[in-house]
Design a protein around this ligand. Sequence first.
Ligand code: UDP
Length: 365
Amino acid sequence: MPPPAWRLITSPAAEVAIVHVLVTGGAGFIGSHLADELLTRGHVVHALDDLSTGAMANIRDLRGRSGFSYTIDSCHDNRLVAELVDDADYIFHLAAAVGVQLIVDSPVRTLETNVHCTEIVLSQANKKHKPVFVASTSEVYGKSSSIPFAEDGDIVMGATTRSRWAYACSKALDEFLAIAYHRERQLPVVIGRLFNTVGPRQTGRYGMVVPTFVRQALANQPITVYGSGQQQRCFCHVRDVVRALADLAMRDNLYGQVFNIGSTEEISIGQLAERIRKATQSESEVVLVPYNEAYGEGFEDMRRRVPNIDKINAAIGWKPTACLDEIIADVIQHQTTREQAGSISDSDAIPRNGGSARSERPRLA
Ligand code: UDP
C-alpha cells in the first residue's frame, strides 16, 4: 500500500504539514474542541455530525474560520462516509453515543451507533488506506479494580442484562475491530481511551457530572450526588485531551497501539459537589440520590477510575496541565456567560435526533 499523501511527522521538531482531516462527531463537545485545535495548528477540518448529541452551537465560532467545513448527516451513511474519507488525509472517529444517562435510556441507539458507525469508518478508511484515530473510553476497563488502569490490563464487564455495560462492550468491540484492521490489513490506526473529560460546551443533559453540578449550583438548586458520593473520578480538561489526540494522531510510529488519556488527580463525587458549591458561592444543599432513582434498578457504578498515563507520556511527552480548580472555573465561566447571553440551559435543550442533512462544504482542496 502506498503511504498517505501527506508528510508524516516523526519528531516533535518536524515541520507540520497541512493535513485535511475528517472529524466524525465534529459538532460534539470533544469533537468541536478537537476541530478548533486542528485549525489552530493550520490543518483543514471537515466535521461530520448528526447533531444527536452534538449541537450547531458547538461549531458556531468555527464556521467563520478558514479551513473549516461541515456536513450535518449520519455516520451510518456508507456512501457519504466513503466520499468524506476520500477527501481526507486523516480521520478522527469520535462519533459515538456517550453519557451514562443516554446509554441506560437508549441501549439500542448506543450499540448501533457505536458499533455500526465504527465498522463503516474503518472499512472506508481501509479501502483508501487512510489513517484513523479511534476514540474509545475508560468505560472499557469496566469493574476492574487494578488501579491505576494500564492499557494492557484486564477488562472486567458486568452482566449483559445491565444496560450500562452495553457502552463498555460496544467500545471494546470498536477497539477489537480497529486492532484487527491494523493487524490483518495494515490499516494505520491509533486508539485513545478517554477518561472523564470536562470543559466549556459540555452538556449535563446526558448525565455528565461537572456541568450538572455547576448548573445546579448556579441556580441554587439541590446538587444531586448519586450513591454514597464516595465513588472517585479524575477529571481532565478538554483542552489537554484534544492536544493529546492531535499529537498522538500525527505520529507514524504509534499505529496499532492503545493509549490512556486522562488526569490522575482523583476526587470523590461528594467532595466535587462541595468544591463546586464553594467555587460558585452557591446556597445549594448537597443531596444524596440512590442509584436506582437516578438510573433505574440494578445500576452498577465504578468505585474508582484512574488512568496510568506512563505510556502516552513516554510516547509523546503528554500529561495534563489544567488542575481540577481550573477546570471547574472554566465550566462556571462558560455557563455564566451562556446565561448572560440568554441562551437556553443545556438541560432544557431539545435533543435533535437525526436532523435534516445539510452541509457547508467547501471542497477539501
Ligand atoms: N453523578 C452524580 N450526580 C449527577 C451525575 C453524575 O453523582 O448528577 C455521578 C455518577 O454516578 C458517577 C460520577 O458522578 O459516579 C461521574 O459521572 P459521569 O456521568 O460524569 O461520568 P462516568 O464516570 O459515570 O462515566
